[in-house]
Design a protein around this ligand. Structure first.
Ligand code: EPZ
Length: 417
């Protein structure tokens, strides 16, 4: 088990460059299956989740080469259509590969991704969309077998603007016959990045980033190079970490418009924020003000930032109220913060956080990716030595986290227990 040892209580100040987006990389790597050619991807973050996705491509027969700053993926040799069960278990978001595999091979087999640390994570919207597209979906013994003669475009309305379901439908219909429309589609920037990548390959996708997406099937796709968008959740995480220490941060390689809900809330807390092109400058007050937060689908406040804000608000002045509307089990981190003296009351979807003067250094356990990041933040803004355990969760989604934090003055190092 890996842990972070954090000697906290220091005001952080400096410059950090944001890595490529984890949640854009995963569907785009899946999209390389569609061209059966070579794709060069730049700015893919070197984290556990992208390593797993690339490993699956190799297991399916693709050639993957990591060169300086880029990943070269040749999916021509791919022959297998079954996503290995242990990989599905390790990372449920591999389910978006199904749409791409079915689109090219007219079949795919994968296991139920199953729940994870933050909720049941069903895929009913993915499967009902596949069925509407003429794909035969058979669920047997925990496995899902998808087969079809061809994929025929149709109208699909999503009961919920699911990010993964929207991505899977796009990947399944880029090479379909006819036109597919998705209403109540997810509008996250990662969907737009996926569409930009696929359109560069020759797909015909309109409306990505809105709740109405139209995909006109094409016959084939071409060889391209593509640079992944910056990771908006990583950007928000570092802004909060520095804000919690009353510090100052220059963030490079960002898309400020992707994180306006986060920037607005940081300003509400009393931070001074200036943006210029791809640079965000933050200067935090000595004491943050309490605020209220409701998580919503994009362009609302992102659920992935809920735990990091919750952690930061434990030492704000006043009482904050958070409502988590997207996932049913995303407050586990609060039990760990209570070990550090945080005053948090959970009532169903709501967390009531009563600001305290300071937290106390302690040993805490990560239970999921963003909850783990919340605990690192708590350690950074607390005098003394905090141990954050099970950081394998955190390494899934943050590239070079300890080096980036060390570069702005944090005392943080990894310990292998
Ligand atoms: C993506 O997950 C992200 N993951 C999540 O980030 C993010 O929190 C989430 O979108 C919401 O923005 C990746 O992109 C790899 P959803 P996804 O389908 O696609 C329910 C992180 O920390 N739902 O939009 O799984 C579901 O249970 C991760 O980086 C169904 O009911 O999210 C949830 O309550 C965590 N049926 C809600 O919709 C379905 O078929 C949102 O899920 C699908 C989803």
């Amino acid at each position: 088990m890996l842990s972070y040892i954090i000697k906290g209580g220091k005001r952080l100040e400096g410059t950090i460059s944001v890595s490529g987006s984890k949640n854009a990389s995963l569907p785009i790597i899946a999209g390389t299956i569609l061209s059966a050619k070579t794709t060069k991807l730049y700015h893919v973050p070197n984290i556990h989740d992208t390593q797993i996705t690339l490993k699956i491509l190799k297991l399916l027969g693709c050639k993957v080469k990591k060169e300086r700053g880029k990943i070269v993926i040749d999916t021509k040799p791919m022959r297998k259509t079954e996503i290995p069960e242990d990989m599905m278990r390790q990372m449920r978001s591999t389910v978006v590969m199904a749409g791409a595999i079915i689109s090219r091979f007219k079949e795919a087999t994968f296991s139920y991704p199953g729940g994870c640390e933050i909720g049941a994570r069903p895929i009913d919207l993915h499967l009902s969309a596949f069925r509407k597209l003429g794909i035969h979906v058979e669920e047997k013994g925990g496995f899902i077998h998808c087969t079809c003669d061809k994929i025929i475009g149709t109208e699909i309305n999503l009961d919920f603007p699911s990010v993964g379901a929207t991505e899977n439908i796009i990947l399944a219909t880029v090479l379909a016959e006819g036109i597919t429309t998705i209403t109540n589609a997810a509008m996250e920037p990662e969907i737009e990045d996926l569409a930009k990548f696929l359109n560069k390959m020759g797909a015909k996708i309109e409306g990505a980033g809105t709740n109405l997406i139209k995909i006109t099937g094409v016959k084939q796709l071409k060889e391209v190079s593509y640079k992944i968008m910056p990771d908006r959740i990583e950007a928000g995480t570092y802004l909060c970490m520095v804000a919690a220490t009353g510090g100052k941060l220059k963030l490079l390689n960002t898309e400020p418009e992707h994180i306006s809900p986060i920037l607005n809330k940081l300003q509400e807390c009393g931070c001074n924020i200036e943006t210029q092109g791809k640079v965000i400058n933050l200067e935090a007050p000595k004491k943050l003000k309490s605020i209220d937060i409701k998580t919503l689908p994009y362009p609302g406040f992102p659920t992935d930032m809920q735990s990091v804000f919750g952690s930061m608000l434990t030492i704000a002045k006043g009482t904050s109220v958070i409502v988590e509307n997207i996932f049913e089990n995303r407050y586990k981190y609060t039990q760990e913060l209570q070990k550090m003296g945080a005053k948090i009351q959970i009532e169903g979807k709501m967390a009531v956080i009563k600001g305290v003067r300071k937290l106390n250094a302690s040993k805490v356990d990560s239970h999921d990716l963003r909850g783990g990041a919340a605990l690192v933040l708590a350690g950074l803004c607390t005098k003394g030595t905090t141990y954050v355990n099970n950081i394998e969760y955190i390494l899934r989604g943050y590239e070079n986290l300890e080096e980036k934090l060390q570069s702005i003055g944090a005392s943080i190092k990894i310990k292998n227990n």
